[in-house]
Design a protein around this ligand. Sequence first.
Ligand code: HEC
Ligand code: HEC
Length: 341
Amino acid sequence: MAGILFLVLLFFTGAYEKYGPTPLPFVVPKGWPQPPTNIFASNPSTREGFLLGKTLFYDGNLSRDSITSCASCHQYFAAFSTFEHSFSHGIENRFTQRNAPGLFNLAWKTSYHWDGGVNHLEVQALGPITDTNEMGETLDNLLLKLRNNPQYPPLFKAAFGDTAITTKRLLKALAQFTGNLVSAGSKYDQVKNGKDSFLPYEQKGYEIYKQYCSSCHSEPLFTNDKFSNNGLGLNKLNDLGRKRITGLSRDSLQFKIPSLRNLKLTPPYMHDGSMGYITQVINYYTVIDSSLPQLDPILKKPIRLSERNKAELLAFLFTLTDTSFTKNKNYAPGEHIIFRH
Ligand code: HEC
Ligand code: HEC
């Protein structure tokens, strides 16, 4: 009898939860589509898994020089892009070959990287950890470092039930952190939820966006997750984009269509960071040479915008900035997790 009472008490005080990780349900923002696949299908998202993933994400020990963390290229204040750098610094002053994208709303993507070369978030982190231009570390050495760091065995135990530190768990935890980065709190979202309204010139900009940009940068994620070419040719690094992955000539110079969310926080732009300002991007779209062979047919029709239209489009694009995302303590370095859905 006393035993049952104790169990009942334990249940009602919430202490019961101590015996397993606490589920962290993935919540789809109001009005958004369900993600095309469930990236957490074989990796149930929990608070403890997320916290471990976050700790790893901000830890320089993941690299050979023990100072280059994921967050050194994916900066918290810049919606997890590298702010104002075309290419990001890896270990020993090496550079990445592409511009680091912001990390948010990854759960809606069916492939990752500018060329779609990674098809599941859980394996993505293998790339940067072992890439000689990024973190340059071996998995064996990394696991050794984590096992010898008194901080980690308890974190792995809390997330996965015992203290074993394996590559699989490391990758699952990182994917729980990055997969849960959701940015849906911009002015645009407030307007869609009826909590704010566009100023007249933002509204005009929205209409211009719908006319010229939305077929590729589609609402509400501001990308259709497809590959395309917006006129950019071969750069100095001979980056052929998607062709590098598929070998198909029709994929030459095709790049993943990036989201337009949080643009203000993620300069410079394009796969090689070749455009520094949003105004430069807008101007670019109005002068694209329609005879370029690689150009997406949608963009063959010239985009004519007056100076006023350009300013209106810019004002609309600024409504896609989500400062609640860059101030979200759940995603900041440190131990706070205060999820409120
Ligand atoms: C040296 C800089 C650097 C470091 C360190 C780094 N990244 Fe990246 N990250 C990049 C670049 C550059 C890309 C784009 C690569 C491409 O498209 O080929 C990228 C792409 C990504 C993407 C794909 C995003 C998308 O929308 O397609 C994810 C996810 C990601 N990184 C997570 C991580 C994680 C997790 C770590 C730590 C284990 C990490 N990165 C470490 C520079 C870095
Ligand atoms: C036919 C599809 C298509 C259309 C239409 C289109 N874009 Fe793009 N956009 C792309 C592709 C593809 C990229 C990536 C190009 C690259 O890096 O090689 C891109 C990149 C961008 C970027 C850079 C984002 C970043 O994070 O680097 C911005 C900003 C942008 N487009 C704005 C616009 C605007 C504004 C319009 C409408 C005037 C528009 N786009 C119309 C396909 C399109």
